[in-house]
Design a protein around this ligand. Structure first.
Ligand SMILES: [Zn+2]
Length: 173
């Protein structure tokens, strides 16, 4: 069901969590990724883009949420969370925050819109937790690599991959 995925980078600030060891850290990742999945489920399925959900988090505090096309203009989930964060009272916490996103942030957009990885780098996010790498349905995503090259830590939480892909099942058959 996961389909073909591009090879994982092996840089030092890339971490994979493959199973739930019951630690506080992994439990927190799971809890927050489940909230990101709830966001992904709010996106209306279309044939030309994935349904993704994102959260910006500082400590245990959620700064903002976003899902695919939430804001008019063919927007993406991480982009929406970053845009929405600017009008919250916690906007000052975005620099140094953690982004949870059900799918790897995009590195290139056919529409020529700014890719999510650029929005994330520019916002000063320090860590990105992804639920699944972007399947090769539309393009070969280099999002994780771009984030790592920008010095951002990336955690691939593999425990909820099925749930992260489920809102996109219409694109993956
Ligand atoms: Zn994107």
């Amino acid at each position: 069901m996961a389909g073909k995925q591009s090879p994982s980078p092996t840089l030092e600030n890339y971490h994979v969590i493959s199973f739930d060891d019951g630690s506080e850290e992994v439990e927190a990742h799971i809890e927050l990724m489940e909230l990101a999945i709830q966001q992904a489920n709010l996106a209306r399925p279309i044939e030309t883009a994935f349904n993704v959900g994102s959260l910006l988090v500082h400590g245990r505090q959620i700064i903002s949420t976003g899902y695919s096309r939430e804001i008019p203009g063919n927007t993406h989930a991480a982009q929406c969370a970053i845009i929405k964060s600017r009008s919250t009272s916690q906007a000052h916490l975005v620099r140094g925050s953690v982004l949870y996103t059900t799918m790897e942030p995009c590195s290139f957009r056919l529409s020529k819109n700014t890719p999510c990885s650029t929005h994330i780098i520019n916002a000063g996010v320090k860590k990105v937790v992804i639920g699944v790498k972007e399947p090769l349905t539309f393009s070969e995503c280099q999002g994780v690599r771009r984030l790592l090259e920008a010095g951002i830590e990336v955690v691939h939480l593999k425990i909820l991959e099925e749930q992260c892909l489920r809102p996109n099942i219409h694109l993956l058959s």
